[in-house]
Each structure stands twice: as C-alpha cells, then as structure tokens.
Design a protein around this ligand. Structure first.
Ligand SMILES: NC(=O)c1ccc[n+]([C@@H]2O[C@H](COP(=O)([O-])OP(=O)(O)OC[C@H]3O[C@@H](n4cnc5c(N)ncnc54)[C@H](O)[C@@H]3O)[C@@H](O)[C@H]2O)c1
Ligand SMILES: O=C(O)C(=O)C[C@]1(C(=O)O)C=C[C@@H](O)C=C1
Length: 289
C-alpha cells in the first residue's frame, strides 16, 4: 500500500526533543508531504528545529499555532507534563483532530489524558526506540525502522487504524497492548535496566569517594557498554520512574533478590549454582541476537 501516513495532512509535534525530532526528520526523509509544525517551551530548541529544517514552522506560544490546519498532535515531552499540556491544548483542538503521544509510560495516564481531551480522540502510543541523547540536535533519521511501536487502544477503531498506518509508513512494527500490561513489561525490560545503570554509576561514585581512588579513570568496554543508558536525560527518566512507580519498585525489588542470590553464591564459593545461574543468563541473552 502507498505511503499516506494515515492521511494526516498536517501534524504538530509538541516537544522538539530526541523523539519528537526523530519523528520529524524521519517523516521528511520518508516522503511525508504535509506540513510539520513544532512546539517547545525552549526557544533554543524551536530555533534549532527550524535551522535543521526538521519542521516547517515552530512555536513557543500555543496561541500562535495554526490549530485549524492540525490533523494529528503528537505529545513528545517528558511524561509528567502530558496532563498539563492536554488541559492547555484542549480549547484549541478541532473536534476531529487526533491526539497521540510517544511516552514511555501508559497505564492510567492514558485514561487520564483521554478524559481530559474527550470528545477529541487520544490514542496512547510508545515507540520502542531511542538513544541516551536528548534534543532535536540528536534526532536520528529512520530511528523507528524495524522497531516495535506499542498502541494501547483497540485496532478496530478508525483513528487507531490511521495511526497504525502513520507508524507503519515510518517503518515501525505496530503491536497492540493493554496499557497496564505495557507498564509492567517496560518496567522490566526498559525502566529497570535504566535504574540499574544509574545505580551502578552511583555505586562507583561512592566507592571512589570511600577509597580516594577515581575509579572512572579505569573503565573498559564492559562498563561503558553496560552504562551507556546512564547518560540518559535525568528529567525524562525521573518522570518515567515516578509515573510507573509501582512497577518500577516491584522490578527493583526482584532485581535486589537476584543480586542477593548471586552475592550468596559468591560468598559461599558455590560453583555449581554460579555456573547454573550464569549459564541460564548467558543462554537467554544469546537468544536475543
Ligand atoms: N529517549 C528515548 O529513548 C525515548 C524512547 C521512547 C519514548 N521516549 C519518550 O519520549 C518523550 C520525549 O523524550 P525525549 O527523549 O525526546 O526527551 P528530550 O529531552 O530529548 O525532549 C523533550 C523536549 O520536550 C520539551 N518540553 C519539556 N516540557 C515541555 C512542555 N511542558 N511543553 C513543551 N515542551 C516541553 C523540552 O524542552 C525538550 O525539547 C518522553 O515522554 C519519553 O518517555 C523516549
Ligand atoms: O536505546 C536506548 O538508549 C534506550 O534507552 C531506548 C529505550 C529502551 O529502554 O530500550 C528507552 C526508553 C523507551 O521508552 C524506549 C526505548
């Protein structure tokens, strides 16, 4: 089927960061013919977005946006800003404009935003693609190609079908998932790993202080690979951890149990159990590639 990006003629991206910017540059490079408008609180980001020709026009004041032209609005700001933004944009929206997001947390947040925006349609979405960088200056063309995109609403809905086409035309593989299941799954495979990476770096900061040895002079590739995501945006990740608090705390507790188990096997020099647990983990990790 021809690329029509779901028939959304003009779109508005709120939040000209890594993900909002990557949507813009990926649309441009995939032959999207509509206008791409941008909005950000930061005038520097707005200036950069226009300079990079990632967007056609960008604004720092909601009143300046040509709302009548907008068919699709994408929220691409940190998740704890969504509610306030939804309240602020509601009076400007056409009734048939579709609103969506790219937030890393869904759960009850989706319902809250749906209620705020109703009767305007809100469809929660989450691209499982990103990097540890921030800002439109680090946008990646084709970031979503071959990557999963989770939609949190029934596929049979007409607007959802259009949004599915929008993401499929950007190269994403769309999957539908219940918003609460989503939050448990991504607490496990994304939020916990980020928490562990941040905590590992923190542990080394403390060990450096304790011993007077600057451990950060010595990392090899293993430490650098493992902690790449600890360079991620504190604002974005603070919001994700808090908004998905229950699942994140649950997975952190489960991780602590696994660390305790490993610590015990090491302390007891329990070679059989060490071989078993390390082999199971290695096999599982190898099966991913
Ligand atoms: N970074 C990733 O790997 C990744 C992947 C998938 C989804 N996400 C989600 O995408 C969203 C954006 O993350 P990002 O990595 O692009 O962050 P980013 O920091 O690169 O960009 C966020 C942008 O939002 C702007 N902003 C903040 N508050 C605002 C407000 N109230 N109104 C308007 N603009 C505002 C900031 O100025 C910034 O330009 C988050 O919800 C995040 O959970 C991130
Ligand atoms: O590759 C990275 O740097 C990422 O952190 C991307 C990543 C992930 O955990 O895989 C981060 C947050 C998202 O919501 C989706 C993707």
């Amino acid at each position: 089927m021809d690329k029509d990006f779901g028939g959304f003629k003009n779109i508005l991206i709120i939040g000209l960061g890594l993900i909002g910017g990557s949507i813009a540059v990926s649309l441009k490079s995939s032959g999207y013919r509509g206008k791409i408008y941008g909005f950000d609180l930061s005038s520097e980001r707005v200036k950069k977005a226009v300079e990079l020709q990632a967007v056609d026009e960008a604004y720092t004041q909601l009143e300046d946006i040509p709302w009548d032209e907008i068919d699709l609005v994408i929220l691409a700001t940190p998740v704890k800003t969504f509610e306030e933004i939804a309240k602020k944009i509601k009076p400007f929206l056409r009734k048939d404009t579709v609103v969506t997001d790219v937030g890393s947390v869904k759960g009850s947040l989706v319902e809250k935003i749906q209620n705020i925006l109703s009767p305007v349609k809100f469809i929660g979405a989450h691209p499982i693609a990103g990097t540890e960088k921030e800002g439109i200056e680090n946008a990646v063309v084709g970031l979503f190609k071959g990557k999963k995109l989770i939609l949190t609403i029934d596929r049979e809905d007409e607007s959802t079908k259009r949004l599915e086409k929008f993401w499929t035309d950007l190269g994403a593989k769309v999957e539908v998932m219940d918003p609460h299941t989503h939050d448990f799954v991504f607490a496990s495979v994304s939020h916990l790993p980020h928490a562990v990476a941040f905590a590992l770096v923190d542990a080394l900061i403390e060990l450096s202080k304790e011993t007077g040895i600057d451990l950060f002079l010595y990392p090899g590739a293993g430490f650098k690979d493992f902690t790449r995501i600890a360079a991620s945006s504190p604002t974005v990740w603070k919001d994700i951890f808090i908004e998905n608090k229950d699942n994140v705390v649950h997975t952190i507790e489960r991780f602590i149990q696994s660390m305790e188990k490993l610590k015990e096997y090491i302390q007891k020099e329990d070679e059989d159990n060490l071989i078993r647990i390390l082999s199971e983990s290695r096999e599982k990790r190898l099966s991913l590639d």
